[in-house]
Design a protein around this ligand. Structure first.
Ligand code: GDP
Ligand code: MG
Length: 439
């Protein structure tokens, strides 16, 4: 079955300087030659008048690029039109393209899916590309590049080779075993290979939380008594006037958010209503919202202008909490906050760098703070965990080699799923539909 030829806007939404309309598929070339009325030259930028096929009316003058398959992004013939970035021109291009047979608008992620299906990239690289397009911080960009350049793919292939070589040894032993000489998996070399593999998987799995925090970001909720300086802290860290600051206790009611980039981690910082019993219905609703946000946070900042601690039971026992002493510009040096409090002043900026550093260290949970992780998605972690637990099961059992061989094949299948030799349409749909149209 011949595939449709697909087209979409590959650049941002007009009006803008230049719009790129990308076409991919078996009819990309004849379609483009019909619009430009001359033969295309591979990989050369050519200025051309683009005209409708019927009346020959000028749509626009633009640069045309032709990438013959398989050496193209999708692996198919691809043509890119760089036209003036106006809504009317893009609409006219779409109209003109829709006149050609078997030519239709692309679905989200369809170009990338074709690239995947034509072996131009594996699933983790496609996931890395999706992350790259969504990257907002530098650390997200670096992590996405690591994945897109095959960081986890290379690692997975190494695991796969390791498992296959154990499998080969076991199968050799099954073949050559004497009738009553029960070959088994209790072999020192084999258990060493197995534990090397599981250790290596553990090391990668251990970076999963860091990877997810970098990719998905983290929410940090500021809690404290009224007038502690919560809203002032939000404004100081966001470097803009997000929340209203007044000396009147009970100013903030609804949780107020700001997105900030802390050492490359996208953080949603949430300012909340001060914690106190209040007869005011609006304020006490504010307090319950504050507690709900805190319960779902990655980290709570407890802020107070004295050494008061976060009251017990306000957040779960396993919640990460940073204690902050505010307004230190006001207090004389002999009233230094007690140990465990980070002294800050939102007014002078004192201590804010230390606080930011502590926030990012807590979120990433280790000191390798500026290193991207190899994995960041639960899909990836799930397959690695599966392979790991199968290998662990083999190492622990003294079972028959035939059974170990079956298990090893299942572990290989998990690794294959990780890098995308997948026949599961649902998984593929989920990965590719997260892309924008035109990618
Ligand atoms: N001197 C000084 N005053 C502060 C500082 N942070 C907050 N304040 C003042 O404390 C009062 C309450 O601040 P606000 O941020 O609204 O506290 P919230 O109720 O916890 O949100 C306001 O009058 C602020 O100007 C600080 O670092 N230094
Ligand atoms: Mg406030």
């Amino acid at each position: 079955m011949a595939l449709d030829t697909i087209y979409a806007l590959a650049s941002g939404s007009p009006p803008c300087a230049v719009s790129i309309v990308r076409v991919s598929g078996p009819r990309a070339r004849p379609t483009a030659e019909a619009l430009t009325r001359r033969p295309l030259e591979p990989r050369a930028a050519r200025l051309a008048a683009l005209r409708t096929s019927g009346t020959g009316e000028l749509i626009d003058r633009g640069v045309v690029l032709y990438f013959p398959g398989p050496a193209s992004f999708t692996g198919e013939d691809v043509v890119e039109f760089q036209v003036h970035g106006s809504r009317a021109i893009v609409a006219a291009m779409y109209r003109a393209l829709s006149m050609f047979e078997e030519c239709r608008p692309a679905k989200p992620g369809e170009f990338t899916r074709r690239a995947f299906e034509n072996g131009k990239m594996d699933l983790t690289m496609a996931e890395g590309l999706a992350d790259l397009l969504n990257a907002e911080t530098d650390l997200q960009r670096r992590q996405a590049h690591t994945m897109m350049e095959g960081g986890i793919r290379d690692q997975a292939e190494q695991w796969r080779r390791g498992i296959i070589s154990i499998l080969a040894q076991i199968e050799a032993r099954i073949d050559f075993a004497e009738e009553d000489d029960v070959a088994n998996t209790e072999n020192p070399d084999m258990s060493r290979s197995l534990s090397e593999l599981t250790n290596s998987m553990d090391a990668v799995l251990a970076t999963g939380d860091r990877g997810a925090s970098i990719r998905d970001g983290a929410s940090v909720v500021i809690l404290g008594p009224p007038n502690a300086g919560k809203s002032s802290l939000l404004n100081a860290l966001a470097a803009r006037d997000v929340a209203i600051v007044t000396p009147i206790a009970g100013t903030t009611r609804d949780p107020i958010e700001a997105q900030i980039d802390i050492h490359g981690i996208p953080v949603t910082l949430v300012d909340t209503a001060g914690l106190r019993e209040s007869a005011d219905q609006i304020e006490s609703e504010g307090v319950s919202r504050a507690l709900r946000r805190a319960a779902a946070a990655r980290l709570v900042i407890w802020i107070s202008d004295n050494d008061a601690r976060l009251p017990a039971g306000v957040v779960g026992d396993d919640m990460a909490v940073l204690n902050v002493r505010s307004k230190v510009d006001l207090s004389p040096p002999e009233t230094n906050p007690s140990a465990g409090f980070i002294p800050i002043s939102s007014r002078t900026g004192q201590g804010l760098d230390t606080l930011l550093r502590r926030i990012s260290e807590t979120i990433l949970d280790d000191a390798k703070i500026f290193e991207p992780a190899l994995v960041s998605r639960s899909r990836q972690l799930g397959q690695i965990r599966r392979a790991r637990s199968i290998l662990d099961g083999i190492a622990k059992s003294t079972g028959r080699p035939e059974l170990a061989a079956i298990d090893l094949k299942a572990a290989v299948a998990a690794i294959d799923n990780l890098i995308g030799s997948i026949d599961n349409e649902t998984v593929l749909d989920e990965v590719f539909s997260s892309f924008c149209i035109g990618k």
